[in-house]
Design a protein around this ligand. Structure first.
Ligand SMILES: NC(=O)c1ccc[n+]([C@@H]2O[C@H](COP(=O)([O-])OP(=O)(O)OC[C@H]3O[C@@H](n4cnc5c(N)ncnc54)[C@H](OP(=O)(O)O)[C@@H]3O)[C@@H](O)[C@H]2O)c1
Length: 245
């Protein structure tokens, strides 16, 4: 897929991996729209990157999503690239009374259900472009579960399965389906998980652009490649490797 002359919607975009993706797409002259919950943070990010527009929206809120979709239809009907990036995680274990159910509900809502909703609503627009794509941002944990991210892991595994079915269903159409699978990345999101030991968000954004250009649909960034290979050889060894870091 071409990485220039696109109209790109990124959920998030005001911080972390998505901010860097927005920056790199804008630098190549693409039209970039970012959508986050915190309007102030969103506008600040948009003002830092020429060519970027911010639309305040919480992807888990049905009214916000309806407004976002309607704005895209009227103001950006040439949208041809949807990047489902927004995600949330709770760090906890399943051996105590940690409100696992409410944490899992929130994670499934942000990391899985909101993507099913937004993608379904924007697919008719994407289908009108000669060259379109959906990118779902899952995680290394989709291949090997992390015990301190038990329900986040499950939400990303659900997203991984959904992405594969979407890709299969849309094969032979104008819409390509990519999955970006980062390892630990140094962002605000991951501070509690990995302090500042993660890779830079720019590495992830770079890998995404390269993968789009070469139609590499499952993007195993950094350590994700080794964990993927290990999970094929032995899921148990991959589980141990993920949890003995
Ligand atoms: N960082 C890692 O180590 C890592 C590793 C693997 C996968 N990932 C995945 O990569 C994605 C991005 O992570 P990140 O580390 O870049 O996170 P981040 O630094 O926390 O940034 C998340 C971005 O998404 C927005 N966002 C969060 N919830 C939202 C919602 N409900 N609706 C709309 N926007 C929302 C945030 O803005 P607002 O708060 O203003 O809404 C922010 O712009 C996530 O899907 C995450 O699961 C991250």
């Amino acid at each position: 897929m071409n990485t220039t002359n696109n109209t790109v919607l990124i959920t998030g975009g005001s911080a972390g991996i998505s901010f860097e993706i927005a920056r790199q797409f804008a630098a190549r002259g693409n039209k970039v729209i970012i959508a986050g919950r915190n309007a102030e943070r969103l506008q600040k990010a948009a003002s830092q990157i020429p060519g970027v527009t911010g639309i305040q929206a919480d992807v888990t809120n049905k009214e916000d999503v309806a407004r976002l979709v309607s704005t895209i239809k009227t103001q950006h009907p040439d949208l041809n690239l949807l990047i489902n990036n927004a995600g949330s995680a709770f760090v906890y274990t399943l051996d105590g009374e940690n409100n696992a159910y409410s944490k899992a509900t929130a994670e499934m809502d942000t990391n899985y259900l909101s993507i099913v909703n937004l993608t379904e609503q924007l697919l008719p627009i994407l289908r009108t472009s000669p060259d379109a794509a959906v990118v779902n941002v899952s995680s290394i944990v989709a291949f090997a579960p992390s015990a301190v991210l038990p329900t986040y892991t499950a939400s990303k595994a659900a997203l991984h399965a959904y992405t594969k079915t979407l890709r299969y269903t849309l094969r032979g159409t104008n819409v390509k389906v990519f999955e970006l699978m980062p390892p630990l990345v140094d962002t605000e999101f991951s501070t509690e998980i990995g302090r500042h030991n993660g890779i830079k968000p720019s590495v992830v954004a770079n890998d995404l652009l390269k993968a789009l250009e070469t139609d590499n649909y499952e993007i195993h960034v950094g350590d994700t490649a080794a964990i993927y290979q290990l999970s094929l050889k032995s899921p148990q060894e991959a589980l141990l490797a993920m949890n003995n870091r």
